[in-house]
Design a protein around this ligand. Structure first.
Ligand code: 5GP
Ligand code: MN
Length: 329
């Protein structure tokens, strides 16, 4: 850990140590890293006697696979948040825009602590623990909690473990230090098999026909992406409506396996705005955060996302073009 990061972690812990009322936010359509980190931090602050709520801009309810991480009923609908907060903590969220309808709270809050691992973080808070070398925001939250001297009980450890195991793709991209933190979480009582089963592996039967219809139409373009290969699949409204959001999000994990393509994209039709698509990009060899940024999105070099309006064919044409310009890794 660099001396500056260590100092940032001490500053964040000092800020949290004196907090009595805290709202913790994750990004829109929160994943296990955003929600697991936010709930772990929330529970630790609750145990210190603070009043705590955890929220995110959309959708109205947390994904079913993540709700069990909320042991204390901290999840709060945006409409039920106070008008402003003395301390706002934004987790796994590189820009206020990623807070969706909660973005305006950043301006109004007394203090804003940002804990994040995106290289594109714009340092929009008053205190920052931002490190792009951390494989998950949960790792940074874990370090802040250790600095705070918080007891990592099983529910706190479970939230952190959920973020780490998903953002590292099951520890494929985990440093020795991250494995050591995971070991401490297991010692706190986390059941890794249960976490992965409930969040990653377990699917309703409807997943199979949805996958089958979507994958049947998937296409490989070997010459695209600067000759490195581009594979894509489209999840249209009709397919998306047969399953939960979690199953739609899982499609990219199948499509990315294609060996002949360095870049995988999944177009997910936005069920609230049928004229636009949420795009998941995964890559080995091309910086897809640059591609996503061209469309107002962002993420990491090997996993990024954005929202694009148009027909699926138009969106694919735009992605194809952007992939020709994107930096190689
Ligand atoms: P996913 O495909 O799993 O939704 O997202 C992959 C990565 O890109 C994650 O780090 C996620 O936070 C980021 N990401 C996804 N969509 C957007 C977006 O619209 N804007 C930004 N800035 N990042 C995004
Ligand atoms: Mn993350």
């Amino acid at each position: 850990m660099t001396p500056t990061l260590a100092q940032d972690i001490r500053d964040a812990a000092a800020l949290l140590a004196s907090a009595t009322d805290v709202t913790v936010l994750g990004h829109v359509r929160p994943d296990a890293d955003a929600l697991g980190s936010a709930l772990a931090l929330g529970r630790a602050l609750l145990q210190r006697g603070a009043k705590v709520r955890v929220s995110f801009g959309e959708p109205d309810e947390a994904p079913e696979t993540l709700r069990w991480l909320d042991e204390d009923g901290l999840l709060t609908h945006p409409d039920d948040l106070p008008d402003t907060e003395a301390l706002l903590v934004c987790v796994d969220t590189p820009t206020p825009k990623r807070l969706g309808r909660l973005a305006g709270r950043v301006e109004l809050a007394g203090a804003v602590l940002v804990i994040d691992h995106h290289a594109t973080n714009t340092f929009y808070g008053t205190c920052h623990v931002v490190d792009e070398r951390a494989e998950a925001s949960a790792i940074l939250v874990g370090r802040v909690l250790e600095e705070l001297g918080a007891e990592l009980d099983e529910p706190i450890a479970r939230g952190l473990y959920a973020g780490i195991v998903t953002d590292t793709s099951g520890f494929r991209r985990a440093s020795p230090e991250t494995h050591r933190m995971a070991a401490r979480l297991l010692e706190a009582g986390v059941d890794p098999e249960a976490v992965v089963r409930r969040i990653v592996d377990e699917r309703p039967y409807a997943w199979l026909p949805m996958l089958s219809s979507v994958l049947r139409e998937a296409q490989l373009e070997p010459a695209a992406a600067q000759g490195r290969g581009f594979v894509h699949a489209v999840v249209r409204e009709e397919a998306a409506r047969t399953v939960r959001g979690e199953e739609v999000e899982s499609v990219v994990d199948v499509v990315r396996s294609v060996r002949e393509a360095a870049v995988a994209a999944v177009l997910k039709q936005d069920l609230a705005h049928l004229g636009q698509w949420q795009i998941s990009l995964r890559s080995r060899g091309i910086d897809v955060s640059a591609v996503a940024a061209e469309f107002g999105g962002g993420g990491h070099r090997q996993a990024a996302g954005c929202t694009i309006a148009g027909t699926a064919e138009e969106v694919l044409a735009g992605l194809r073009e952007a992939l020709e310009r994107a930096p190689l890794l």
